[in-house]
Design a protein around this ligand. Sequence first.
Ligand code: SAH
Length: 221
Amino acid sequence: MNSNELAGIGMTSQRTRERLIKRLQEQGISDPRVIEVMRNTPRHIFVDEALAHRAYEDVALPIGYNQTISQPYIVALMTQLLFEDGPKEKVLEIGTGSGYQTAVLAQLVGSVFSMERIKILQEKARQRINLLKLRNVSFRYSDGSMGWPDSSKAPFDGILSAAAPAELPQSLLDQLAIGGTLVCPVGEQHQQLVVIRRTDNGFEEQKVEDVCFVPLRSGVR
Ligand code: SAH
C-alpha cells in the first residue's frame, strides 16, 4: 500500500469523511479527542478493497468469518463512554476484529491489549496497526471472555468488548482496576450496551442503549 492509498486519495473524498464526523456529532459524540481521532483514522484500510468506497458510511460492514467491522457511531460511543471519568492508561479490548477500534484506542491511551479468537482476522489487524505505526498494541490469540491470560497484565483501567456475552464474565470484572471502566454489550436476543465502573465498594452499572453486536463465543478457531 502506498501513501496515496493509505490516505485514501481518489477513493473517498474529504467531504465524505467530514459528513461522517458531522453525523457522529449530531448523534451526541462530543469528546473532542474522540472526534479528532475518528477524523484522522483511515477506516478504508480496515475493510476489503471492494468495500473501501463505503468505509465512511456510518454502518457496520462484513470483514469475513461472519464478523463485522463495528459501525463508526458505536466505536465513537464506546470510546467516549470509556473516557467519561478521565483518561485511561492500560486498556483491554475483547474482539480485535478488523483492528479499527484498536487503532482508535491506541491513539488515546498508553497501551492496548487486544484479544481475538479468529487467527486470520488477528493477523490482518496486526498488519494494519503496523501500517499505521501504532506501537503500543499487544495482540493475543485467545478467548477474551477469560480476560488476558494468566492475569499477567491485569488489572486494566479500561476494558472494552466488541462482542456480546449473555452475561458479563466474572473474569473480566476481576481484571478491572478499582477506578476503572468497562464498556460491553450484554444479552442474547436483546442486547444493551452496559458501562460498569469499579469503585472501592464494588461495581456500579449503567445501561446506555440497545445495541446489536456479534455474540462473544468461547474457545478459539
Ligand atoms: N471492533 C471490531 C469488531 C469486530 S466484531 C471492529 O470494528 O472490527 C467482534 C469480534 O469479536 C470478532 O472478530 C469475533 O471473532 C471476536 N470475538 C468473539 N468472541 C470472542 C472471544 N471470546 N474472544 C476474543 N474475541 C472474540
